[in-house]
Write a protein that binds this ligand. Structure first.
Ligand code: SAM
Length: 257
């Protein structure tokens, strides 16, 4: 087998349907991410200390929420908007008496769907890497309640566009517009920051393993065979070594006026 065929075989072995849940362990040891200069988990812990009616938005399979299982109040709810993960989240969270409700705010029109909760229902809403409607949050969070979010910058990984062709980005998903929108909806933004860092993959195979988990980041027709020329070029350009991409994160803490 030629060296190129062997490489393609190795890359094809990374291809899979997007798994359910939200678990990046297939990348353990093959991808590193630069740390942002804040700890969202620490912020979550501190916020949970005083909270009695908590919502976790976009819980995935509940993996992140369960890190805080010892701190969650009896009245904890989660939403999940991606249908395949709703039942995964229900299974994982039911043993902890956490009710999972199907809801997601479409990225391009976050106000188009009402949150399935009455006014002033929560005193803390957590949101890690999930879209949201500031107006709906202002409705379901009681005055004095808190909204805590960490977001992925909508224009990160621009390198993917250079390598594989134009792809949709969400440039408005960024720190300043999100801070302003929260303020306009009725929140005092009391803390937050943004950070530009880097993802480092051991090689093209590790990059491919990552892309299986985030299929919206690549063109709809993306496969190893269809994009073999681009992948081989990337492999050569990176001298068969690490592949890097820009990573963007920001976080915001808002208190409902
Ligand atoms: C990026 S995940 C974050 C999950 C969780 N909050 C966490 O921090 O680990 C945000 C949401 O995207 C959902 N998701 C995953 N794959 C998706 C897909 N192909 N299309 C739409 N949503 C997807 C997840 O189920 C989850 O609710």
């Amino acid at each position: 087998m030629s060296e190129i065929e062997a490489l393609l075989d190795r890359w094809r072995a990374e291809e899979q349907e997007q798994p359910q849940g939200w678990d990046f362990s297939t990348l353990d040891g093959r991808m590193t991410e630069s740390d942002e200069p804040w700890s969202f988990d620490t912020e979550v812990r501190e916020a949970l200390a005083g909270a009695r009616r908590v919502l976790d938005m976009g819980t995935g399979g509940g993996e992140h929420l369960l890190r805080f299982r010892d701190l969650l109040p009896a009245d904890t709810t989660a939403t999940e908007g991606w249908a395949p993960n709703v039942s995964v989240a229900q299974q994982n969270l039911a043993p902890h008496s956490i009710h999972v409700v199907e809801y997601g705010a479409p990225d391009n029109d976050v106000d188009s769907v009402q949150m399935p909760f009455p006014d002033a229902r929560f005193d803390l809403v957590l949101n890690r890497h999930e879209s949201y409607s500031p107006h709906e949050l202002a409705r379901v969070i009681a005055p004095g309640g808190m909204f805590l979010t960490q977001q992925v910058g909508g224009d990160e990984c621009a390198e993917l566009g250079d390598w594989f062709g134009e792809r949709p980005t969400l440039p408005h998903v960024n720190f300043v517009p999100f801070r302003l929108a929260l303020d306009a909806a009725g929140f005092d933004v009391v803390d937050g920051a943004e950070h530009v860092g880097v993802y480092t993959f051991d090689d093209v195979a590790a990059l491919l393993a990552y892309l299986q988990l985030v299929p919206w980041e690549t063109p709809d027709d993306f496969t190893v065979d269809r994009y073999r020329h681009q992948l081989l070029e990337l492999h050569q350009r990176t001298a068969a070594g690490p592949v890097t991409m820009t990573r963007k994160r920001f976080w915001l803490k808002g208190v409902r006026r």
